[in-house]
Design a protein around this ligand. Sequence first.
Ligand code: SF4
Length: 633
Amino acid sequence: MINPTELERKLNRILPTVQKPGRYTGGEFNQILKDWDSTPLHTALAFPDIYDLGMSNLGITVLMDILNQQPDMLAERVFSPWSDMEAAMRENGIPLYALESKRPVADFDLIGISLPYETIFTNTLNLLDLAGIPLRSEDRTDADPVVIAGGHATFNPEPMAPFIDAFVIGEGEEAILDVARAVLAWKGSGKPRAALMRSLAAINGIYIPSLYAVDYNPDGTIAGVEPIVPEAPARILKRIVGVLPPPPDKLLVPFIDVTHNRVPIEIMRGCTRGCRFCHAGMINRPVRERPVEEILNSIELLLDSTGYEEVGLLSLSSSDYSQILKLVKGVNQRFAGRHLNISLPSLRIESFSVELMDLLLENSNRGGFTLAPEAATERMRGIINKPVSTQQLLETAADIFSRGWHTIKLYFMIGHPDETLEDVQAIADLCKLVRDEGRKHIGKRAQVNAGVSTFIPKPHTPFQWVPADTTEMIKAKQDLLRRELRGPGLKLNWTAPEETMLEALLSRGDRRLSEVILHAWQHGAKFDAWREHFDIEHWLLACTMSGVDPDFYTHRERGEDEILPWDHIDAGVKKSFLLEDYRMSKSGEIRPDCRSHCYACGILPKFSQLRRENPGPAWACPEIPEKRGHGAG
Ligand code: SF4
């Protein structure tokens, strides 16, 4: 195996020949490089896309910090090289390496791969291949690293099951240490790898796919998923933390421009709104908020240690953070005179107040506001459970334009269940109404940028049973929007129907999809999330070679009694709750925000002990009284 000195020597030769060499050097300000020989456990955290994106991933930053705080563990970073760098690495015999020590990834004990979305799956195989690690779990020996994966896409882990040794389901902050401790205990113990897998299976929230057998019915649906060893639970309940752990007190400062050059602070996790299409909203329950003072202190530390001039107050719905006014006032006061820019990337129209806008006026670059009505007719809003009225949207738009902002981005989705062309036409009409509202205040400078994505029925949501729109239906709806949304002050962005189909296939797939992913990668699929790289032909060919009918996964309505490929993964929300919500959607019945009324979605009974241990308003779910005979006395 190549050593770091030799690897660096080779790197120095090729780096001047590739785009953005700063992606591949490491050594950034605030980098932590621990001593390899005196640290017993070596972990590498990988984001299977380029550095520019991966460096803005808060999850990797947080996990790196947690692991590096352990005296007996070190964590280093790994990203996918862009095509030019990959070609140069392969040509020069340079394996995938970690940025900090320049050690080959195959030298590490544990590789943690982040899988936030499905179009990153082929990059994951490419990453393992570049590292020289066998792609299939069953082919790895005791000398190979243990490959784990976590992230939103792992709530349906099945399509990647043969390639990953262990999935971390849910929040990784505590689970990662449990896994790392188990790997450390196994390392050098002389026990076979299979013994480690069984001990990992016994950790809460850890799914070892090789310890489960899947049976199929003659019609191709799933007959059952059963554990084959006693340590493996029948259902894997996601792991959550009771309190959001403190943010890291230092951040790496890249040499090159990355997607977000800012201090990111997660202010709240989870969302109680219950939009029926929203995967993140369902799998991240319950809502937990971070205290204002902790956020302010953290911003101060991170601004001082990085020199950034922007802070992102992050959550699924930042204006729903119950202390948002107090927080933004606090930022304005504490950092007055520092020319700080505050970004609130996701705002709810219902909770975005005039007062908040006025506060943001002091600290915003006025680049534009993003609002997500998602649908434009009352009927569709009832179906998707996002009851924002046109009047409310227009009033918010008027407030924004009248304060000097001149661009509003509006996010919509087409392809919702039971959607008609009239519902799509209403999207175009609404965009024009918002632009016209802007013109009343700032004339022709008013700009509306409509981002129209296509709905994918995601696992663990009330819509998990419905079929996705066909490519023809999507094209007809997009044609309508292209015709209607043109002219001054209007701009339209959309997702290619083929990209949507791939995401639907991968997110709704079962274990048999793994062959499709493998064939697609072998035939050149890579960087599928990048339009310039994506080619549906790789995938169609891969489906044919694997004998898989993609429509079975994308366009088939699933039976209410059907065992779904992800049913053994427990996101905390009951299937019966999702089904009830799905039925409510058919009659357009709204289920208001559960902060004001708990609908017993299933979260509280599953995490009752954690809720008891964390009383008070930080959780949006109702408190649970102490059990009788428990506690004092
Ligand atoms: S338990 Fe109740 S309050 Fe908590 S997320 Fe579920 S429905 Fe909402």
